[in-house]
Design a protein around this ligand. Sequence first.
Ligand SMILES: Cc1cc2nc3c(=O)[nH]c(=O)nc-3n(C[C@H](O)[C@H](O)[C@H](O)COP(=O)(O)O)c2cc1C
Ligand SMILES: CCCCCCC(=O)C(=O)O
Length: 389
Amino acid sequence: MAQHWADFQYEIYLNGTTGAVPRLPTDPSRLEELAEHRLGPGPVGYVAGSAGDGSTARANQAALDRHRIVPRMLRDVHARDLTTELLGRTLPAPLALAPVGVLSIMHPDAESAAARAAAARGVPYILSSASSTPLEQVAEAMGDAERWFQLYWGKDREVTRSFLGRAQASGYSVLVVTLDTPLLAWRPRDLDQAYLPFLHGVGTANYVTDPAFRAGLAKPVHEDPNAAVMHFLGLFGDAGHTWPDLAFLREHWDGPIVLKGVLHPDDARLAADAGVDGVVVSNHGGRQVAGSIAAADALPGVADAVGDRLTVLFDSGVRTGADVFKALALGARAVLLGRPYVYGFGLDGEAGVDHVIRCVLAEFDLTLALSGHARPDTVTRADLAETAP
Ligand SMILES: Cc1cc2nc3c(=O)[nH]c(=O)nc-3n(C[C@H](O)[C@H](O)[C@H](O)COP(=O)(O)O)c2cc1C
Ligand SMILES: CCCCCCC(=O)C(=O)O
């Protein structure tokens, strides 16, 4: 049954001063400011930071901002239904939580709590390979909710095969393969603080518990944890992969495969030719290629190239319900929410993630209605006007 996401606004008005709802800001900029103020400089710098001069991260938001919604009037939008069909699944709304590694740097409850918050709203949670908690434990925390697994496709085929087997055995059904991080980019905010969580073993839980990974170590992890970290850093990515290598993943994964980090229409066509099911148009939130195209500027080209062959998802710069609307209008079937939920998590754990999901979806529901739509799939490019930069 369709959920009434917009009702959250009256819940806040009615209960906002009684403590019955979280008192986190509803404005994503204020949420980020609060996180910057309250959370440790290393962790918050890792989340907020981006590659090089930060221009890609800024461009992501500027590109979404440049597109303005042109609302239509006198359409019946009284009964709205945000449910969205994709990859053979029905989601309550066109939203999933993006894979974000090392969540324990933000809150000790780590990925299990963030996943529980998503599961409680029926929103898919995409667990990162670089999680602070083994994937089996996170799966358990999610009950029977939809589970998606993000793979860092590393150098060791046995470790990859083992990750895929473990994920399938734990009920993860969609595989998201991140293509844009074969190497960690140049990230000045982290470099200036000499802060990289992985060096302290955070984000390596899936690796150090993996039999194939452990087989590559000279000593047990507890005897030489530094060697385990260095082994992880040596194999988490592989800059030698090419398109034909995808056959290996197809062979070892039964469900849908989605490639994350596609920006060029020709790469989207290659993805379709390789027999995958979807792509995420994403520049990793501006964390990988400084100076790259804004994700929202890449989206229409990718959607035009493969929208009829693949499920096109989008992330990088989504902060509000209006951004979700714009991404759908530019050709996405659904969006992944990144940093905002991580700030909510850092500030208030599981409840903070719930708060951010509800804010984004309440605003999306209202934007949809106030723009003349009762369902996400009727939104098109005709709903936007592009303004000069
Ligand atoms: C702290 C942090 C960690 C991330 N870890 C991963 C990860 O493990 N795997 C992955 O595919 N993407 C990762 N991402 C990228 C997100 O999935 C997503 O593409 C990005 O956050 C979107 O940009 P936005 O948050 O600015 O909207 C990470 C992003 C952040 C901020
Ligand atoms: C050395 C491991 C790098 C994993 C990168 C995690 C990530 O995607 C991000 O920080 O962004």
